[in-house]
Design a protein around this ligand. Structure first.
Ligand SMILES: CC(C)(COP(=O)([O-])OP(=O)([O-])OC[C@H]1O[C@@H](n2cnc3c(N)ncnc32)[C@H](O)[C@@H]1OP(=O)([O-])[O-])[C@@H](O)C(=O)NCCC(=O)NCCSC(=O)C[C@@](C)(O)CC(=O)[O-]
Ligand SMILES: NC(=O)C1=CN([C@@H]2O[C@H](COP(=O)(O)OP(=O)(O)OC[C@H]3O[C@@H](n4cnc5c(N)ncnc54)[C@H](OP(=O)(O)O)[C@@H]3O)[C@@H](O)[C@H]2O)C=CC1
Length: 428
C-alpha cells in the first residue's frame, strides 16, 4: 500500500470506480489486481447489493455430493468449499451408508432465541418474576411485529428470564423464543427484541442495553444417524478403529476440535452453497460442543449388536430458506432447487446427514491408511497448478506426484521440469 486507506465516500462509488481507486492506492499494476474484479456483470450488480464497498466476487468451487439417501429419499447435495477431498469424502461415506438404509434424521421446531439485556435493576429476582408474569403481553407485542410469520404458523412462543452474574457484574436477561419457520430468523427475532425493549425496561425497572439473537440456537437441534456396514467399511478392525478414534475426540479437546472441523467440512459447505450464514452455524455448533463445560465431540460412534458402526450427530442448525443470501444469490437459489427441500428444517436435517457422512469418511481414512493418500491425491491437482502446470500437463504431473508419494510444491516443480524436458531426471 502506498496511499492511505482513508477513502471518504468509497461506498458511494460504483464497483469499477472502487476498483480504480484501490489500484491507485495500492501502487500495484492493475493486472495483478484484476482477479478481484473477475465476475460477470450480473453478479457484480448482485454483489453490490449484497455487501458494502463491493468490487467483485470470489468464486469458490461448488461440487455436488452424490449417493445421499436421507429418510428414504435421494438427494444430490450442493457443497461450496475450497478444500479438496471434502466432496469425495461425503459421497464416499454416503455410499457406504446406503447399504443399511442411508441416513435417518429428525429436527426440533425452528425456534430461535432473542436476548434482551437489562442493566441497573435494583431487585433482579423481583424483576424476573414481574417479567414472567407479563409473558402473555410480551409475546403478543412480539407477534404484532411480524404478522406474516404468525400467519405462516410461526411467531413468539415463550419467554424465559435469567440472572447472569460474573464477578461484580450482574444483569437480568430476557430470552424471547420465536418459531421462525423457514427463516434463519436473525432479522425476524431482532426486530421483535427491539420492539419489546421499552416495555421490558419498564416492567423490570431497569435499562435495556443489548437486543439481539443468540447464536447458541440450542432449541433448534437437528439429528442424523446411520448404520455403516462393517464389511463395506473394511471389516471389524475398521469399525473398532473408528470407535476408538471417536473416543479420543470425546475425551480430548485438542482432538475434538479437529474431529468437529471434519464435521463442519461437510456442514459449512452446504451452508455456504445454500447462501446461509456460515459464522452463525459455526458459532452455534462449537458452543454446543462445550455445552457441559468441556469441549467434546459433536458426534458419537458405537458398534451395534451385529458389529456394524452406528454414527449419530446432533447439533443446532439455524438454516433458512427464505432470507439472507439464499433469497438474493442465484447460485444459492439453484442449490436449494436441486436439493428440492420444502422447509428449513428439512434443509437442516440433510445438512446434518452430510456432517455425519463427512466425519465418518475422515475417521475411516484416519483409522486405516491415514488421511494423506485420499486427501493428498486429490490435493495434488492444486499443487500441480501451483507449480505452474497448464492444461495438458496437470494429468501427467498429478499421476507422477501421487505415485511418488510426495505431494509437495518443490517435487511438483521438479517433475514438471522433467516432463518439459528442462531437467535431468533424478538418479533414483
Ligand atoms: C478421498 C476418498 C473418498 C477416496 O476413497 P476411496 O476409498 O479411494 O474411494 P473409492 O474409489 O472406493 O470410491 C468410493 C466412492 O467415494 C466417492 N469418491 C471417491 N473418489 C472420488 C473423487 N475423486 N471424487 C468424487 N468422489 C469420489 C465416490 O462416490 C465413489 O463411489 P463411485 O462413484 O465410484 O461409485 C477417501 O480416502 C476419503 O473419504 N478420505 C477422507 C478425506 C477427507 O476427510 N477429507 C477432508 C479433508 S481432511 C480434514 O480437513 C479433516 C480431518 C481429516 O482432519 C478431520 C479429522 O481429523 O477428523
Ligand atoms: N448473529 C447473527 O447470526 C445475525 C445474523 N444476521 C443475518 O440475518 C439474516 C437472516 O435473517 P432472517 O430473519 O432469516 O431473514 P429475513 O428477515 O430476510 O426473513 C425473515 C422474514 O421473512 C418473512 N417470511 C416469508 N416467508 C416466510 C417463511 N416461510 N418462514 C419464515 N419467515 C418468512 C417473515 O416476515 P416479513 O416478510 O414480514 O419480515 C420473516 O420475518 C442472515 O443474512 C444473517 O446473516 C443478522 C444479524 C445477526
Amino acid at each position: 500500500m502506498n496511499a492511505s486507506s482513508r477513502i471518504p465516500g468509497f461506498y458511494k462509488l460504483d464497483p469499477e470506480s472502487r476498483f480504480r481507486r484501490i489500484v491507485e492506492a495500492s501502487g500495484l499494476p492493475a493486472e495483478q489486481l484484476l482477479p478481484l474484479r473477475q465476475t460477470d456483470a450480473g453478479m457484480a450488480a448482485i454483489a453490490d447489493r449484497m455487501i458494502e464497498n463491493a468490487v467483485g466476487t470470489i468464486a469458490i468451487p461448488l461440487g455436488i455430493a452424490a449417493n445421499f439417501l436421507v429418510n428414504g429419499a435421494d438427494y444430490l447435495v450442493p457443497m461450496a468449499t475450497e478444500e479438496p477431498s471434502v466432496v469425495a469424502a461425503a459421497s464416499n461415506a454416503a455410499l457406504i451408508a446406503r447399504e443399511r438404509g442411508g441416513f435417518r434424521t429428525s429436527g426440533n421446531a425452528p425456534v430461535m432465541i432473542a436476548q434482551v439485556q437489562i442493566l441497573d435493576v435494583a431487585d433482579p429476582h423481583g424483576a424476573r418474576l414481574r417479567l414472567l408474569e407479563a409473558g402473555d403481553e410480551l409475546i403478543a407485542l412480539a407477534n404484532e411485529q411480524d404478522p406474516l410469520l404468525v400467519k405462516l404458523g410461526g411467531g413468539a412462543r415463550a419467554i424465559e428470564v435469567r440472572l447472569v452474574d460474573s464477578g461484580d457484574f450482574r444483569c437480568v436477561v430476557l430470552h424471547l423464543q420465536v418459531d421462525v419457520r423457514d427463516a434463519m430468523g436473525a432479522n425476524a427475532v431482532n426486530t421483535m427484541a427491539e420492539a419489546l425493549a421499552p416495555r421490558i425496561a419498564a416492567i423490570a425497572r431497569g435499562r435495556v442495553l443489548l437486543r439481539i439473537l443468540s447464536n447458541k440456537a440450542d432449541l433448534r437441534l437437528v439429528r442424523a444417524r446411520a448404520v455403516f456396514d462393517a464389511e463395506k467399511l473394511g471389516g471389524p478392525d475398521v469399525v473398532d478403529g473408528i470407535v476408538n478414534a471417536y473416543r479420543f475426540a470425546a475425551a480430548d479437546p485438542y482432538r475434538a476440535a479437529t474431529h468437529n472441523k471434519g464435521i463442519m467440512n461437510g456442514i459449512s459447505a452446504v451452508v455456504l452453497a445454500t447462501g446461509n450464514d456460515t459464522r452463525a452455524i459455526e458459532a452455534g455448533a462449537h458452543c454446543h460442543a462445550c455445552r457441559d463445560g468441556r469441549y467434546t465431540s459433536l458426534s458419537h460412534f458405537e458398534k451395534d449388536a451385529d458389529g456394524h458402526l452406528v454414527g449419530t450427530l446432533e447439533l443446532p442448525l439455524a438454516l433458512g430458506l427464505i432470507g439472507g443470501a439464499t433469497k438474493t444469490h442465484p447460485t444459492a437459489q439453484a442449490a436449494v432447487k436441486l436439493l428440492g427441500v420444502e422447509s428449513a428444517v428439512q434443509l437442516a436435517e440433510i445438512t446434518a446427514a452430510v456432517g455425519l457422512a463427512q466425519n465418518t469418511a475422515a475417521l475411516r481414512a484416519l483409522a486405516t491408511e491415514g488421511i494423506q493418500r485420499g486427501h493428498m491425491s486429490l490435493h495434488a491437482r492444486n499443487v500441480a497448478a501451483a507449480a505452474g502446470a497448464v492444461e495438458g500437463e496437470i494429468g501427467a504431473l498429478v499421476e507422477r506426484l501421487v505415485a511418488d508419494g510426495h505431494v509437495r510444491l518443490d517435487r511438483a516443480q521438479q517433475i514438471l521440469a522433467e516432463l518439459r524436458g528442462e531437467a535431468e531426471a533424478p538418479a533414483d
